[in-house]
Write a new protein. Structure first.
Length: 241
């Protein structure tokens, strides 16, 4: 699982240099797929419940589960989240980043920063003995302080030999609730935030989730292992500051 996480983290870091105007979301998908296969691993999302891509590529008002397309070409000012899963010998890592395409608005830049920093605020509570809702409460607090909203309909999750396992990890709520965190738990923690209202909807393609008001969305995710000390973030490349 750590090996799968290292590959996911490296790919997401390397995408930073790839993200430029003129790139199609399908090209992003192919880059991800080729990089995973080159490591002798499998793209977890490819064919998952019928999903056609190896990566979920979601642009601007698209929150998650965007289907890669040749016709969707990135332009200056876009923001795009890329969510990938890597399977190694039956064990899965899951991670996502939101990228700025060229010069973006101040709001977009702040959203990308908030999605990432709220994850690390939640990470502080990823210690054995803490309650699961301590993580979500920390994420919600940071996002709302930054002036954005937390999506209520989608959540993080346990991950291991299956992509989605218990427990569900909400990005909101009161602290001190839910199961206690214990050594050995593997959690995909993923703040999903909106510029405007929290409401989202699924498009007719059956996958793509968008904001109902058409405003921006951002997404950041890592796979975290609970230990008897500091949590282990297995999908974070050492070059990813």
């Amino acid at each position: 699982m750590r090996a799968a996480g290292a590959v996911a983290g490296r790919i997401l870091y390397e995408l930073t240099e790839l993200m430029k105007p003129g790139l199609s979301t399908k090209e992003i998908d192919l880059f991800v797929e080729d990089a995973i296969l080159a490591e002798g691993m499998a793209a977890t999302f490819k064919g998952y419940n019928g999903f056609p891509g190896s990566a979920c590529v979601s642009v601007n008002e698209e929150l998650v589960h965007g289907i890669p397309k040749e016709a969707r070409v990135l332009v200056e000012g876009d923001i795009v989240s890329v969510d990938i899963g890597v399977t190694n010998k039956g064990w899965i890592s899951d991670a996502a980043r939101t990228y700025a395409i060229g010069e973006v608005s101040d709001t977009a830049a702040r959203m990308i920063k908030s999605s990432k920093e709220s994850f690390f605020d939640g990470l502080k509570y990823c210690r054995a003995g803490n309650r699961l809702s301590d993580v979500g409460h920390a994420i919600q607090t940071r996002v709302e302080e930054d002036g954005f909203t937390v999506v209520l309909e989608y959540a993080g999750h346990g991950v291991g030999s299956k992509l989605h396992e218990d427990p569900q990890i909400k990005n909101y709520g009161d602290p001190g609730r839910g199961p206690k965190l214990a050594k050995g738990m593997a959690l995909a923690i993923e703040p999903m935030i909106n510029e405007g209202v929290a409401d989202v909807k699924k498009l007719d393609d059956g996958w793509t989730v968008v904001t109902t008001d058409g405003k921006l969305a951002a997404h950041y995710e890592n796979t975290v292992i609970i230990t008897d000390g500091e949590p282990m973030v297995i999908t974070l490349d050492e070059r990813d500051g």
